[in-house]
Design a binder for this molecule. Sequence first.
Ligand SMILES: Cc1cc2nc3c(=O)[nH]c(=O)nc-3n(C[C@H](O)[C@H](O)[C@H](O)COP(=O)(O)O)c2cc1C
Length: 352
Amino acid sequence: MNLTESWRIGPVEVPTRVALAPMAGVSVQAFRRQGRRFGAGLVCSEMVSCAGIEHRNERTLGYLRVGADEHPLAIQIFGSEPATMAEAARMVEAAGADIVDMNFGCPVRKVTKTGAGAHLLEDAALACRITEAVADAVSVPVTVKMRRGVDNGSRACLDLGPRLVEAGAAALTLHPRSAKQMYTGYADHSLTAELVELVDVPVIASGDVTAPAQARALIEQTGASAVMIGRGAQGNPWAIREILSSDSAQPSREEVAAELIVFVRETVRELGEHRASGFLKKFYGWYLGHGRFPKPFKQELVQLRSTDEVVTRLLAAAPGAAPLVDALEAGLPDATDEVLLDRLPISIYGGG
Ligand SMILES: Cc1cc2nc3c(=O)[nH]c(=O)nc-3n(C[C@H](O)[C@H](O)[C@H](O)COP(=O)(O)O)c2cc1C
């Protein structure tokens, strides 16, 4: 199985068989474009995320930057109102989404109680109406990301999947844990194999993918068109490269520092210093772990007041990172090519 082979979602060509998972509180633009650079064939935004609903924070998710180097890019939306979802879909299509992805899997109660996310796994009629409305509203492919069902042992995805395809879904991503499981236990990819048998659109397998042999085996055993990597890529874009190439060479300290510095700077540009400095703290542990830097170093970074200080400290710890940072930044597309999508309707956050 060649994971570097391209495949299609409707008319959209996806260059490799590894997709980067949408993750609320993680999938900022820097994460998505870094994922593409390391070989992810498809990246997904978290435009309207579980965290956004949870915190009812309009400012957090009220805008989204789409860069020229992110394509193919899926933008994920969620909600429970077909008409509002259709409106949101039109907006993200206009902002440059190559694919509109819908979240039918978020297990967080603040989301499900609004009728969105994993709730839709138990309301097939509404899920289909939403899919139809969104597919009718845009000309780009519409995809659905779902869990196996709400309750442990549920097989709801197998009933729902084919109906969503009939309603217009051009691909399905399955994370075969139940909503109740959250992230405990394991993803039961025997359901992924069953879903592949039932639908004639590509299925993406999400859940517990971390290593090359396992990713290959998952595709071979399930017939999925691609694997999606989430937690395994947090602070670790090298995992994507490793899965694609089976080259297990670990990054040098300089490379790690350089990637983190660029990530920090881009995230500050996107979120502003105030929000970025809190947002980034979890990334320090993710990047610097894996035995790459001594443990106390992470603590030191977390306590620094500004992201400028973080960058200075990283450069002091790995001086050879400076030319790598320059090279990475020189490769970034011109910011004037970016599309800025803002003023999203509050109702799709579950607020209002
Ligand atoms: C912090 C976090 C946030 C997530 N946010 C989203 C989200 O906004 N939309 C979504 O469809 N899935 C979300 N997921 C689920 C992931 O996309 C993925 O399906 C799941 O983590 C299993 O894959 P993994 O084992 O590779 O992490 C999230 C997962 C995590 C850990």
